[in-house]
Design a binder for this molecule. Structure first.
Ligand code: AMP
Length: 250
């Protein structure tokens, strides 16, 4: 069974985001970029299935600028077998990513596609469900546990107020919650080995997919700065401030 796993290059989660001065978006020049954290979990899951003898090949896919090869190399160092970069310089929205992945699924014929539940840059949470809809495949989103037996994938989903368990028939699409696993660090020997693993280069055009944006960003703004708190000396002072300054009690 072949697994396709998606890896998006995003601003590293430790970096404090800065908005561009013209408010057209977030600053990405000279900023540390890394694999989207949910995608690390997706790669880990795919590699674990391969190590358990339940998958034959893990293919890591990214869409974006040439530097996304670095993100694919990280997936290869974690244990993926080969990579595919669909290179495009402009912004790609979830629908365009889903259509591109659909085209790749048609040629690669994986039985399982694992994506992150959300990309931490656009926070869209759309690509996995859109891909499942385009393919007409069952989907398990926000999964925190996966077991695969005789072509049936049993997943536990993180839902409001608890856990939901679903059985899905292969082929299917999964999106990962952070609790699914703890991604491994790539060891130095594996980083070296990953340099020799192949990455196929493609373009959306070569796959017959139009990726032009359909959304127009009007303005990106930083959240309003929170005011510093104050320490109060007594309960009476607290009540006074709540009543007369914050005006949240009468
Ligand atoms: P989103 O729908 O944008 O929140 O993204 C959900 C997931 O789709 C991400 O965690 C990735 O696994 C995948 N994805 C989205 N955009 C890309 C991209 N440009 N390249 C690779 N994977 C992507």
């Amino acid at each position: 069974m072949k697994i396709l796993v998606t890896v998006k290059r995003v601003v590293d989660f430790n970096i404090k985001i800065r908005v561009k001065t013209d408010r057209s978006g977030v600053e990405t020049a000279n900023v540390k970029m890394s694999m989207n954290p949910f995608d690390e979990v997706a790669v880990e899951q795919a590699v674990r299935l391969k190590e358990a003898g339940q998958a034959s090949e893990v293919v890591a896919v990214s869409l974006g600028v040439a530097h996304c090869q670095d993100t694919i190399r990280t997936a290869l160092a974690m244990g993926a077998d080969r990579g595919i970069l669909v290179q495009t310089d402009g912004a790609v929205e979830p629908l365009a990513v889903a259509k591109t992945l659909k085209a790749l699924v048609d040629t690669e014929q994986p039985r399982l596609v694992i994506l992150g539940k959300q990309a931490i840059d656009d926070d869209a949470c759309q690509t996995g469900p859109m891909l499942a809809a385009l393919l007409g495949w069952p989907q398990g989103t926000f999964v925190s546990k996966v077991t695969l037996t005789n072509g049936i994938v049993e997943v536990t989903r993180e839902v409001d107020g608890g856990h939901e368990r679903l059985e899905l028939r292969l082929p299917c699409v999964l999106t990962t919650d952070l609790r699914l696993n703890e991604p491994r660090y790539a060891s130095l020997p594996n980083i070296m080995k990953a340099k020799r693993k192949p990455i196929d280069m493609m373009t959306p055009e070569s796959l017959g997919v139009a990726v032009e944006p359909r959304l127009l960003t009007l303005k990106v703004e930083e959240p309003v700065r929170r005011q510093a708190g104050v320490k109060v000396g007594s309960v009476a002072e607290l009540v006074d401030k709540l009543r007369n300054e914050a005006k949240v009690i009468r």
